[in-house]
Design a protein around this ligand. Sequence first.
Ligand code: ADP
Ligand code: MG
Length: 252
Amino acid sequence: MSGGLVAKGMEVSFGGVRALRGVDIVVSPGAVMGLIGRNGSGKSTLFNCITGFVRPSGGRVSVDGKDITGMRPHQVVAKGVGRTFQTPRLEARTSVLTAVTCGLYASVRSSLVGALFGSPWAMREERLLRERAEAEMERLGLAHLRHVEVGKLSLGLLRLVEVARCLVSGARFIMLDEPAAGLTSVEKDRLATEVRAVAARGLGVLLVEHNIDMVRQLCRSVAVLETGNVLCQGTPDEVLRNDDVIRSYLGA
Ligand code: ADP
Ligand code: MG
């Protein structure tokens, strides 16, 4: 299997509904891959089966050539794949710092840390992780908010906290499920800048996004899902020229 985050032949059924029917997708390091498609086309399901929240009935997932198919969510994080959810899942009363560092505890050999709790090794590990969280908040312009409860943040800042959380977990690939939904245009611009910066650091990004301008700005490649199939894939220009895409997705 090749480098990058590679999902091949992904199949998922919910009862009688075949939500994914053999989807292939490759996310390359240092690039933003776009994923578009109508509601119900299978975008979130693809995220869920790559990250271990839903068990696929077919297909393989690998990260830089290592098979991660069927791993549980925390194991997937430990393999370097972070994600956000379409609806943010952070507990409202949690501080930004805690929300960001929580990404770590999911990733860092949690059973081992638990077993060694209080040991010098665990304490040093924890300090390093906390430094990583501070550095990431600094990079994303969130450091001054570290003690603010996430429930008090604007949606735009909340989305950035979610990105920081993925990055702190040591992800080499991050998957963002409609991160710009509901944001103001100023917030969208800031998010776009941060996503571009993340890719410039060498991470691969899989981005679900409805806004065509944002897709054009950020994505090197785009895949269009329709009823669980990849309808087409290519550069934003190629894809958005495709008549089927225009009919299916843009409703023209
Ligand atoms: P998208 O994210 O593109 O809007 P989804 O992946 O959420 O689409 O949904 C794809 C299809 O799978 C839809 O028909 C949806 O109703 C169905 N589906 C998604 N999650 C579940 C679930 N947990 N149980 C049953 N059906 C589901
Ligand atoms: Mg969705």
